[in-house]
Ligand binder design. Structure first.
Ligand code: J2J
Length: 538
């Protein structure tokens, strides 16, 4: 029986019946998917991270030990646990061990800080928080102790060493081992993932084993990922590009090998490509650009690489054109969103399409609408708002009826906030955005969240946050500030504003790149701050 989690918008019964009947959703949980592969490929390497290399048999064995340790902490089906880890294999063992118990991980990128983590712990009423002792100078162990003290429902914290592993991890492994068996339903919420922000506080997306299972099968089928694939994971591990498109779940569904890089910089990634004969990687545009322009390219043997996937933000056609001739690999663009839909170019698409379009849906079940401001369908070649619904797409954010009324249509389509153009064949090109969001090289930032945080500064009268064009990142974060008094302007330098926001506990990637102090903002006819004019002026 599926477990109804409070605050999750259910799929209508007809949709459930149809997705099951057509095989888009299957009778399989995510751990069952891994364990099925492990039976066939027990001695094959599943994951490589730092000095650790685990076969499928070793990986599943470690997961069952960890599951016993987590069960010993008193965690049960339906409980929520916040996981806040860097790119390490322990992230993978934790999510699978929690899934084995039917516990729901709330996954947060390591760049998050107290503001985001505390919000997740509060909204999800988390029973445990799993993190590392420190990250980039932030004392997360102290933060965890403080959060545990503040939130009575938070009964456990697990603190790993900064690079992963450590005594607390080993202690969890030492509590015996569970038998692998079904402890939750494929229709249960599998995880709560943060969305690319547009609002004052980050929203959480409830994905089930089924929505993820569908998405990863599509992405594996479409992209020719097989048991010979060695996939390098460089994007933050909890992002859906690292998890299901195709990510480690896609790799585990076919017996491929995952190599985990701490980040995407050439000095971290290139040695791993050479050493482990990596065949493909998923990148965001600034990382792809860094690889293309890197002086280290000649120093490593990168000849095993066959495909570079790129998504998360707009890739310029110029950069896209360079990939095949300069790197000798196939470029595979993708456009997707945590909420569900992912489109990509089929492996055999012609080059004119692959450099210009981000792809097309792999299945008729991925419903797409491209509409004008009045909601009427637009013809091919005309830009319009993208709406989507289907077996991978959530029907609402977690515990957020106000946002759901805005972001979803009454018949369950998600309003992506993206402006796209579709050609006659159905290929999609992202041409703009209607949502108030900054896409800083794939990292999504909600101006409203940043504005709220800055407005708590005593020297600030008003704040407006916009994205300004940047050649490498696509966009950078600019803050316009009106000081409270002429004297307070001295406290509003870039360095001081960044420090203020850091102390407010904001994620590191949200800190502004540019601050400009002004006397006044431009306004629209209806008296709203005109971000369009501000963008034109910068
Ligand atoms: C332009 N904008 C893009 C692209 C995403 C696969 C791939 C990407 C994501 C992702 C993902 C873009 N060109 N190629 O989850 O599984 C912008 C759009 C989109 C938003 C979603 C996946 N690819 N975008 O990026 O939830 O604005 O997911 O709505 O982080 O990124 O961001 P996110």
């Amino acid at each position: 029986e599926p477990l109804a989690l409070d605050g999750v918008v259910p799929y209508p019964a007809e949709a459930v019946a149809s997705y099951l009947a057509k095989g888009y959703w299957r009778d399989q949980t995510l751990p069952e998917l891994l364990f099925a592969t492990a039976e066939r490929y027990s001695d094959k390497v599943a994951v490589i991270d730092r000095d650790t290399q685990l076969t499928y048999a070793q990986l599943t064995d470690e997961i069952l030990h960890l599951a016993a340790g987590l069960q010993d902490l008193g965690l049960n089906r339906g409980d929520r646990v916040v996981i806040h880890l860097p790119n390490t294999y322990e992230y993978i063992t934790f999510v699978f061990a929690l899934w084995e118990l039917g516990v729901v991980p709330v996954v947060a990128p390591i760049a998050h800080r107290r503001a985001e983590i505390e919000h997740f712990i509060e909204i999800a009423e988390a029973r445990a928080y799993i993190t590392v002792a420190s990250d980039s100078g932030a004392d997360l162990a102290a933060m965890a102790a403080d959060l545990k003290h503040r939130w009575p429902h938070l009964v456990n914290t697990v603190i790993l060493d900064p690079g992963g592993g450590g005594a607390e991890y080993d202690a969890l492994l030492s509590k015996g081992s569970l038998d692998h068996m079904r402890r939750c339903s494929p229709q249960d919420v599998a995880l709560l993932q943060m969305s690319g922000g547009t609002t004052g506080v980050p929203k959480l997306m409830p994905h089930t084993h089924n929505t993820y299972g569908y998405a990863l099968r599509r992405s594996v089928g479409e992209r020719g990922i097989t048991d010979r694939t060695v996939h390098l994971l460089v994007i933050p591990i909890c992002h859906s590009m690292s998890t299901r498109s195709p990510g480690f779940l896609g790799a585990f569904s076919v017996g491929a090998t995952i190599v985990i890089a701490p980040n995407g910089s050439p000095d971290a990634a290139f040695p791993l490509i050479e050493k482990h004969q990596v065949t493909r990687a998923s990148l965001v545009p600034p990382i792809l650009l860094a690889w293309l322009n890197s002086s280290l390219r000649g120093s490593y043997d990168l000849s095993s690489l066959k495909v570079l996937m790129c998504g998360g933000a707009k890739l310029s056609e110029e950069v896209a054109r360079r990939v095949e001739p300069e790197f000798g690999v196939q470029l595979s663009q993708s456009f997707g969103m945590g909420e569900g839909l992912v489109v990509s170019n089929p492996a055999d698409v012609d080059r004119a399409t692959s450099v210009r379009y981000q792809g097309r849906p792999a299945s008729e079940a991925d419903e797409i609408q491209v509409v004008d401001d009045e909601g009427n369908d637009v013809p091919p070649g005309v830009p319009g708002h993208l709406l989507t619904r289907g077996p991978s797409v959530i029907r609402g954010y977690y515990r957020n009826p106000e946002q759901n009324a805005l972001a979803f249509t009454p018949d369950g389509f998600y309003r992506t906030g993206d402006i796209v153009e579709r050609d006659a064949r159905g290929f999609i090109r992202v041409v703009g955005r209607s949502k108030d969001q900054i896409n800083r090289g794939g990292e999504k930032i909600a101006p409203e969240e940043l504005e709220n945080a800055i407005l708590s500064h005593r020297g600030v009268h008003n704040a407006s946050v916009i994205g300004v064009d940047d050649e490498v990142l696509g966009e950078r974060v600019k803050v316009y500030l009106i000081p409270r008094s002429p004297e307070s302007a001295a406290d509003l330098t870039l360095a001081k504003v960044r420090q203020f926001l850091r102390e407010a506990g904001l994620a590191t990637f949200k800190l502004p790149d540019i601050v400009e102090v002004v006397d006044e903002f431009p306004y629209t006819a209806v008296g709203k701050v005109s971000k369009r004019l501000q963008r034109e002026q910068s």
